[in-house]
Design a protein around this ligand. Structure first.
Ligand code: SAM
Length: 251
């Protein structure tokens, strides 16, 4: 997979040289290239922002450097790669594990990291008229810039690209996968630590009993922490009728 990132803080992406993604880059499974937006601003101060049209607080990122930067990245794309442009934004669609799985099948992703009050709307409109553009939020809160959001999305997507995680089975039983429940609690050795025991069933060697215990833990934990994620048919009878945004259960 090819990933390009455009940002005024390329240094943020040094974090993606570490760990599994760093190794995947060394092996050539992921080809990640980071571009400095300021390289596409031509005045003495390499200006990338200006005051908002219509007035108001803050600054808005200018369309010209974004246009040059994205044109340059897209000009280097392989002919049939059909790059997807992703702009992190708290006003975008919510990025989920399902989105990560969908995007892990793409050949070429381009992340455009906004700062200040965001990027001039015409940049999104221009590239949406020429190809595929998605605005994506990593949650209902506001960050200072798109860099941390892009890193979170690149890591979630990247670990699903075949060849990045050594044992693909470790991806299957995780939170938000398959039936959408949260993962069961994990334990390792020693069997006893500070008077706290590993649940005896996990040391029993009885695989069926372990599977049943883990599934019960998943349902119990999800009901307690994120009741809206529990499929309605897995809910206890008394909760099946409740409705509303924070009510338990999804269809
Ligand atoms: N004025 C914008 C609004 O109210 O929607 C917020 C701008 S925010 C201070 C600056 C940049 O941070 C955004 O352009 C976006 O790239 C990024 N950002 C902030 N929160 C985000 C979130 N929850 N998900 C994804 N990106 C986010």
């Amino acid at each position: 997979m090819r990933i390009d990132v455009v940002s005024i803080f390329p240094g943020y992406f040094d974090a993606l040289e570490l760990s599994l993604l760093g190794k995947a880059r060394q092996r050539g499974v992921i080809d990640l290239r980071v571009h400095d937006l300021r390289d596409f601003a031509h005045d003495r101060h390499r200006t990338v922002d200006d005051t908002p049209a219509g007035g108001g607080a803050g600054m808005v990122m200018k369309p010209e450097p974004w246009g040059e930067a994205l044109d340059s990245v897209l000009a280097e794309a392989e002919a049939d790669a059909d790059p997807l442009l992703i702009f992190p934004s708290p006003a975008g669609e919510v990025f989920t594990q399902a989105t990560a799985r969908e995007l892990a099948a793409e050949r070429h992703l381009v992340f455009g990291c906004g700062r200040y009050e965001g990027i001039d709307q015409r940049v999104f409109d221009e590239y949406a008229s020429r190809g595929r553009v998605r605005l994506m939020s990593i949650g209902d809160y506001v960050l200072n810039g798109g860099e941390v959001a892009s890193i979170a999305m690149i890591e979630a997507i990247g670990r699903l690209v075949p060849g990045v995680v050594g044992n693909p089975e470790s991806l299957v039983e995780e939170s938000h996968e398959a039936d959408g429940l949260l993962e069961y609690p994990s334990y390792t050795k020693p069997a006893r630590w500070r008077d706290r025991e590993v649940p005896p069933v996990l040391l029993s060697g009885n695989h069926a009993a372990i599977a049943t215990w883990r599934q019960e833990q998943r349902v119990e934990r999800t009901l307690r922490v994120r009741p809206e994620l529990v499929p309605r048919n897995m809910l206890p009878e008394e909760l099946r009728g409740s409705r509303g945004r924070h009510a338990a259960g999804r269809d």
